[in-house]
Design a protein around this ligand. Structure first.
Ligand SMILES: *Cc1c(COP(=O)(O)O)cnc(C)c1O
Length: 393
């Protein structure tokens, strides 16, 4: 592939990076290479470096190169899910190593830490990463990774990425950030000093709720080689069709993210002014505790909005079952709007006392605001709020 496809502004690279026209046929879209193996010219001599599709597949290569370009990284590695990417990262650790992690993480990340890797002698310490003193105090000589999310899920708190990179490096550790909620269009952590960016491509990057995939993006060659070793040895790699779907989704990422954020801000303001709503969590609102940091490290506040209803759990459950345009479902980041109640759905794998300690109340509702007409979304929220406030708390 020629270098000209990796140049230009973000919107141009979203469409072209990693994907020149097919040299053999001129096909403008990257072909879906539905093949597990590749002919060799003599034993050990490949045609283009491709031997076996767990190790390499050209559709996956295009996606990996595209993601590296968008995250301002040198190397991209793709996986069969976001959690398979987390798994490959944790495979680089050995017994006695420690990970300092945010206490407001994606539920599945918390589960793979505590239910899978803790059994292998790896220590996880959870801290409030919005409090940098707490992060500093948790670092010790065994700490290999500082693992953060910003914005967090579901409370949408922000962590200062540049400051955490410095804390990690001062302690001889690497900063890992799950950039799923922000996407590289809103925030590019490697430019702020992070060492590893992790994505669930299932969400905004795919953008159409039709594929499950994950990725790691890094700059360091040694770390990239180590991760590629586990990518191939453990084998959690994505199929070519999923890679194609994510590549297609990424082409419209900038347009989608701008509309997601525009709709989310309008909805957050509307909820904040509503008498049945106790608190609204949206980084683009001036009332958000890290609003200044949002302006500094993100392009806009993104597409996720969480809020607490005054009526607690019964009101939250009633709201989530009463919307008509917002679909009651897990996941996020697709063009369609979704609603969920984290304590009983995405975050059910986190014990209640751990959830409460992190400030996640039982009546919380989370919206993945889609790109539909915002007036229709607000009308749907209003009718569901009306029904849910009739429920006794
Ligand atoms: C969904 C998600 C993951 C896990 O990704 P999968 O593709 O579902 O395995 C990790 N982090 C965040 C923030 C997510 O939203």
């Amino acid at each position: 592939m020629s270098d000209s496809h990796n140049k230009g502004h973000f919107e141009t690279r979203a469409i072209h990076a990693g994907q020149g026209p097919d040299p053999q046929t001129g096909a403008v879209m990257t072909p879906v290479y539905m093949t597990s193996t590749y002919a060799q010219t003599s034993p050990g001599q490949t045609v283009g470096g491709y031997e076996y599709s767990r190790t390499h597949n050209p559709t996956r290569t295009a996606l990996q190169d595209n993601l590296a370009s968008l995250e301002s990284g040198a190397h991209g590695l793709c996986f069969s899910s976001g959690l398979a990417a987390t798994n490959a990262l944790l495979d680089t650790l050995k017994p006695g190593d420690k990970v300092v992690a945010a206490n407001d993480l994606y539920g599945g990340t918390y589960r793979i830490f505590t239910a899978v890797f803790e059994r292998y002698g790896i220590e996880f310490q959870f801290v409030d990463t919005t409090n940098l003193d707490e992060v500093k105090a948790a670092m010790d000589e065994n700490t290999r990774y500082l693992y953060i999310e910003s914005p967090t899920n579901p409370l949408l708190r922000l962590t200062d990425i540049a400051a955490c990179a410095k804390i990690a490096h001062d302690g001889g550790a690497k900063l890992v950030i799950d950039n799923t909620f922000a996407t590289p269009y809103l925030q590019r952590p490697l430019e702020l000093g992070a060492d590893v960016v992790l994505h669930s491509l299932t969400k905004y990057l795919g953008g159409h709720s039709d594929a499950v995939a994950g990725a790691l993006i890094v700059n360091d060659q040694k770390l990239a080689d180590e991760l590629a070793y586990y990518q191939n040895s453990v084998g959690g790699t994505p199929g070519p069709m999923d890679c194609f779907l994510v590549l297609r989704g990424i082409k419209t990422l900038p347009l989608r993210m701008d509309r997601h954020a525009e709709n989310a801000l309008a909805i957050a303001k509307h909820l904040e002014a509503h008498p049945s709503v106790d608190r609204v969590f949206y980084p683009g609102l001036p009332s958000h505790p890290e609003h200044e940091l949002c302006k500094k490290q993100m392009k806009n506040g993104g597409g996720m909005v969480s809020f607490e209803l005054k009526g607690g759990v019964p009101a939250g459950d009633k709201f989530a079952s009463s919307t008509k345009v917002f679909t009651l479902a897990e996941s996020l980041g697709g063009v369609e709007s979704l609603v969920e109640t984290p304590p009983s759905m995405t975050h059910a794998s986190i014990p209640a006392e751990v959830r409460h300690a992190a400030g996640l109340q039982d009546g919380l509702v989370r919206l993945s605001v889609g790109i539909e007409n915002v007036a229709d979304l607000i009308a749907d929220i209003d009718q569901a709020l009306k029904v849910s406030t009739l429920v006794e708390a």
